[in-house]
Design a protein around this ligand. Structure first.
Ligand code: SF4
Length: 391
């Protein structure tokens, strides 16, 4: 691994006081106003929740979730005891649902072992469920002023440019090198949390990805080697992510008396414990075929073969509504199989199998359906005239 000193030709270490002062002044004047930010009196619970929500999710998408979540679950004690279904409902659409399950587990550990408070020490924080080195550094520095680096994608990009470093930022060794450098700089800052947040803001608003960096507005332009060399558009170097696996799926929209069937996914695996419209894998060729809009008996036959085990008979069936959802490693290409039934069922027997018929209000308020299904949920609500933009 390259030593930090080799990557520091612009003298970030030698000029650390200036670098930190300039960054602090810029942050105090230009920081983004965010609901979880309170520079004078940071709330550790808010810092934690926001950092977990922000993993894999953009700030603009997180704001409403954060406000709703913290209004209903205002502190660690409340999080430790919130019912799972309610927790999932509040997280619905944010994705990466293991994050929220870990958060609850973490809250329970905090209640039982830490008197309901967040520890200040980054090493202790990093041992808690769902808290890795980045989140530990973010909580320790932002909430408690501990001089510990929090290196996320934004920080990696900013540092690769500041140092004109061509190390692959997807490698652990690069992250480790930048973390070491920041760990060395931060004890000299007036407030380590402000510096970490300044670099995050800088990466989000000025030192942005692609060839678009807005260097003329950058407070640390004078320290930036890539700017000096004219290589900002070439950095950071990042290995291409592996191609995602593509799955073709039929999504069953089975309706009865204005309600739609949902079932609960298993407690392990993708989208664990969330609700779904039942789905089945098909081949790309079948997808093409179904897309021709087959209906009537042929569609009923497909329903029978794919979903007959649900034990629900159908009167009418048709295919409609293509939709796509991208997870980190899988892509779902979906098509809806719209089925109507008028039969009477033993609702209690279905409930024992975690299968329910949900009306519009229940879809909105009760069952947590992941964003992967939002095209189908919205279409159902729309048809019922129940969409109000709040879903
Ligand atoms: S000068 Fe440009 S490339 Fe360098 S840190 Fe600032 S915005 Fe990024």
């Amino acid at each position: 691994m390259k030593a930090v000193t080799d990557m520091d030709p612009q003298g970030l270490r030698e000029h650390k006081e200036d670098f930190l002062r300039v960054l602090t002044a810029w942050f105090m004047a230009e920081h983004r106003d965010l609901p979880w930010r309170n520079l004078a009196a940071p709330n550790p619970y808010h810092v934690w929740i926001s950092e977990i929500m922000l993993q894999q999710t953009r700030v603009t998408a997180v704001i409403d979730y954060f406000l709703r979540f913290t209004a209903e679950i205002p502190d660690i004690a409340a999080l430790a005891s919130v019912p799972d279904d309610r927790l999932m409902k509040l997280w619905e659409g944010l994705g990466y649902y293991s994050r929220v399950r870990n958060m609850k587990r973490c809250a329970q550990v905090l209640m039982s072992e830490y008197g309901g408070a967040m520890p200040h020490d980054p090493a202790t924080l990093a041992k808690l469920p769902g808290i890795g080195p980045y989140t530990a550094g973010a909580i320790a520095s932002i909430a408690f002023g501990v001089p510990k680096a929090a290196v996320d994608g934004n920080v990696l990009r900013v540092f690769s440019r500041l140092l004109a470093d061509r190390s692959d930022i997807s490698k652990e060794s690069t992250k480790k090198a930048y973390t070491e450098l920041l760990d060395e700089l931060l004890p000299h800052a007036q407030n380590a949390g402000h510096i970490n947040q300044a670099i995050m803001d800088l990466g989000a608003t000025i030192c942005i990805p692609g060839g678009e960096a807005r260097c003329s507005l950058c407070p640390v332009e004078g320290f930036c080697k890539a700017r000096k060399e004219g290589t900002t558009g070439e950095l950071p170097v990042k290995q291409r992510a592996q191609a995602r696996r593509q799955e073709h799926r039929v999504i069953l929209i089975l309706e009865k008396d204005g309600k739609v069937l949902v079932d609960k996914r298993p407690e392990r695996g993708l989208l664990a414990g969330l609700y779904e419209y039942p789905g089945a894998m098909i081949t790309p060729k079948q997808m093409e075929d179904f897309e021709q809009g087959i209906s009537g008996k042929r569609a009923l036959k497909v329903y029978e073969s794919l979903f007959g085990e649900l034990g629900l008979t159908a009167k009418k069936a048709r295919f409609a509504l293509r939709s796509k959802h991208i997870f980190s490693h899988i892509e779902w290409e979906m098509i809806g199989l719209y089925v109507e039934t008028t039969d009477t069922y033993d609702v209690e027997a279905l409930a024992e199998k975690n299968i329910y018929f949900a009306d519009a209000a229940e879809l909105k308020e009760r069952y947590a359906l992941p964003g992967a299904f939002s095209a189908y949920t919205n279409e159902f609500l729309n048809r019922r005239g129940d969409i109000d933009g709040s879903h």
